[in-house]
Design a binder for this molecule. Structure first.
Ligand SMILES: *Cc1c(COP(=O)(O)O)cnc(C)c1O
Length: 456
C-alpha cells in the first residue's frame, strides 16, 4: 500500500513538478526525498525514513519543525482571518510584527515594507534606493548604478540577478540586466589582493574605496550580504570589513543596504549580522528565517531618511508604487511573531553560543584532510571547501560533482545537506543539540574521506 502510494506520487512528481535549481534530467535517478512530516530538526519521508535537516530546509528553518508556539500562532490566526490586504488598509499581526522588527533591528530602521520572498525584499530595496535619489530633498537622479560584491547572491528575480555575481546562475541573463558595478569580494582563501601574502592586506577595501572615489556620483547604493556571502560558497568576510565598508559608503554618500535574508535571525550568533559590527544600514532586507521557516514572508526596513523622500502631496506621485497581493499576510506575520516569541522565551541567542563553540571545535579535524582546502565558519554556519590540489588550491572540476557525491553519502546516514558546488555546507536549525551536531560532523567527515581519499 505505502509502496504503491510512493510510486504514484514519485511518478507524478517527475512528470509534472519542475524543481528549482535542479537538472530535471538527473532528478529521477537521484531517488529524491519526498517529505511527509517533521518533528524538531527531523524530516520524515513518505516511507517513514528519518533525516536530520542539516540545511534547515534551505537556510530558513530556525527553531526546528512543528514548534508549539509557531503552530499555535498560525492556528489562532486562522480562526480569525487568513488574509487581508495591506494596500491602503492593515491587519493586526502585520502591525504587531512591524513594531517588533523595528525594536530588534539596528537603530534608525523604523519603517517596515512587507513582501513574500528574499528576492522581492531585494527588489523593494533596489527600487526604493533608485527612487530615493530622484525624490530626496537635494535630488541626484544620476545616481542610479548599484555596487555589489563579486560572487554575491541576492535572489533570482531580474533586479536581484543584476546585482548578483555568480556566473553559474547569472551569466545567461546578462543582456537583461541593469547598470551594476562589481567589486572584489573579501574572500581570504581566494583573494586577488593577498593570495601570495602572509595575511590580509585590506587590498579589497582599498579597491572598494577607489571605486567609490571615482564613481560615487553615479552610484545609488552598495548592496552586501553582511559577514557571509551565502550562495557564493559561504564566504566569510574578514572582521571589520562590514564596518569599514559602511563607513566608506557614508563618506561618499552612497546608500548602504544589507541583505540579511540568510544571515538574519540568530544565524551568525547575533540576532543580525549587522549587530556584530555595530553597523546601521539605510535599508535592510529580511526573509528566510523571519517566519522560522514556516511561511513565505519577507520585509525591507527603511530609515526616516529614505521613508521621508516618499512623502508628498498625492499629485506629486512620490508614492512607492509597489506591492504584492499577499503583502503582510496575517498567517505569515503570525508565524513570525511565534518565531520571535521562541527567541525570547528560550533565550535562543545566548543558548546557541556553546553549540557554536562546539561546532568550531568539531571543525578542527577537517583541516588536515588532504582534499580539504578551506574550512569556514561564522556563527552557526560552516563550510568545508574541497579541492583537487591542496597546495595549489586547484578546485575539483565542475563535472566531478564532488560536493554532490559527499552529500549523497551523508544522506545514506540519514542527514540532508545541499552543497554549493565543491563546498559542503552545514546550516542546521538553531535548536540542534551538540549530539545531533556531532552526528552531522561525523557523517560529513567519513563521507569526505570516502569520496576524496579512496583510490580510483
Ligand atoms: C536566499 C537568499 C535570497 C533570496 O531569497 P528567496 O526567498 O529565495 O527569494 C536573497 N538573498 C540572500 C542572501 C539569500 O541567501
Amino acid at each position: 500500500m505505502e509502496n504503491r502510494r510512493k510510486t504514484k506520487l514519485t511518478e507524478v512528481d517527475r512528470k509534472h513538478v519542475w524543481h528549482p535549481f535542479t537538472q530535471m534530467r538527473d532528478y529521477p535517478a537521484e531517488d529524491p526525498v519526498v517529505v511527509e512530516r517533521a518533528e524538531g530538526p527531523y524530516l520524515f519521508d513518505i516511507e517513514g525514513r528519518r533525516y536530520l535537516d542539516g540545511y534547515a530546509s534551505i537556510w530558513c528553518n530556525v527553531h526546528g519543525h512543528r514548534v508549539d508556539e509557531i503552530d499555535d500562532a498560525i492556528r489562532d490566526q486562522l480562526d480569525r482571518v487568513a488574509h487581508a490586504t495591506l494596500l491602503g488598509g492593515s491587519n493586526i499581526p502585520a502591525i504587531e510584527l512591524a513594531a517588533k522588527l523595528v525594536h530588534i533591528t539596528p537603530p534608525r530602521l523604523d519603517h517596515v515594507f512587507y513582501s513574500d520572498s528574499g528576492a522581492t525584499a531585494v527588489e523593494v530595496a533596489l527600487k526604493m534606493a533608485f527612487q530615493y535619489w530622484q525624490q530626496c530633498p537635494d535630488p541626484r537622479p544620476e545616481k542610479r548604478a548599484f555596487l555589489h560584491l563579486t560572487q554575491s547572491y541576492h535572489g533570482d528575480t531580474i533586479g536581484a540577478v543584476s546585482i548578483g555575481g555568480i556566473d553559474l546562475f547569472h551569466k545567461v541573463y546578462g543582456p537583461l540586466l541593469f547598470d551594476h558595478i562589481p567589486v572584489a569580494a573579501p574572500h581570504p582563501y581566494r583573494c586577488s589582493f593577498c593570495e601570495s601574502e602572509p595575511g590580509c592586506n585590506r587590498g579589497c577595501l582599498s579597491a572598494f574605496e577607489e571605486t567609490l572615489a571615482q564613481r560615487a556620483d553615479e552610484i545609488a547604493a552598495f548592496f552586501v550580504e553582511p559577514l557571509v556571502q551565502g550562495a557564493g560558497g559561504m564566504l566569510v568576510h574578514p572582521e571589520g570589513y562590514l564596518r569599514d565598508a559602511a563607513e566608506l559608503c557614508r563618506a561618499h554618500d552612497v546608500l548602504f543596504i544589507v541583505d540579511e535574508v540568510a544571515t538574519g535571525f540568530g544565524r551568525t550568533g547575533a540576532m543580525f549580522a549587522c549587530d556584530r559590527e555595530g553597523v546601521e544600514p539605510d535599508l535592510m532586507c529580511l526573509g528566510k528565517g523571519l517566519t522560522g521557516g514556516y511561511l513565505p514572508l519577507a520585509a525591507t526596513l527603511a530609515t526616516d531618511r529614505i521613508y521621508d523622500a516618499f512623502l508628498g502631496d498625492y499629485s506629486e506621485t512620490k508614492t512607492f508604487f509597489h506591492g504584492h497581493t499577499y503583502t503582510g499576510n496575517p498567517l505569515a506575520c503570525a508565524a513570525a511573531l511565534g518565531t520571535l516569541e521562541v527567541f525570547e522565551k528560550r533565550d535562543v541567542i545566548r543558548n546557541l553560543q556553546p553549540t557554536i563553540d562546539h561546532l568550531s571545535h568539531g571543525l578542527e579535524r577537517f583541516r588536515d584532510r588532504p582534499h580539504v582546502g578551506d574550512v569556514r565558519q561564522c556563527g552557526f554556519i560552516a563550510a568545508i571547501e574541497l579541492v583537487a590540489n591542496k597546495k595549489s588550491r586547484r578546485p575539483y572540476p565542475f563535472e566531478a560533482r564532488i560536493g554532490h557525491q559527499v552529500c549523497g553519502r551523508v544522506r545514506e546516514k540519514g542527514i540532508l545537506l545541499r552543497p554549493l558546488v565543491n563546498t559542503i555546507v552545514l546550516f542546521p536549525p538553531l535548536c540542534l543539540t551538540t549530539d545531533q551536531l556531532d552526528e552531522i560532523l561525523d557523517a560529513v567527515y567519513d563521507a569526505i574521506v570516502e569520496v576524496t581519499e579512496s583510490d580510483g
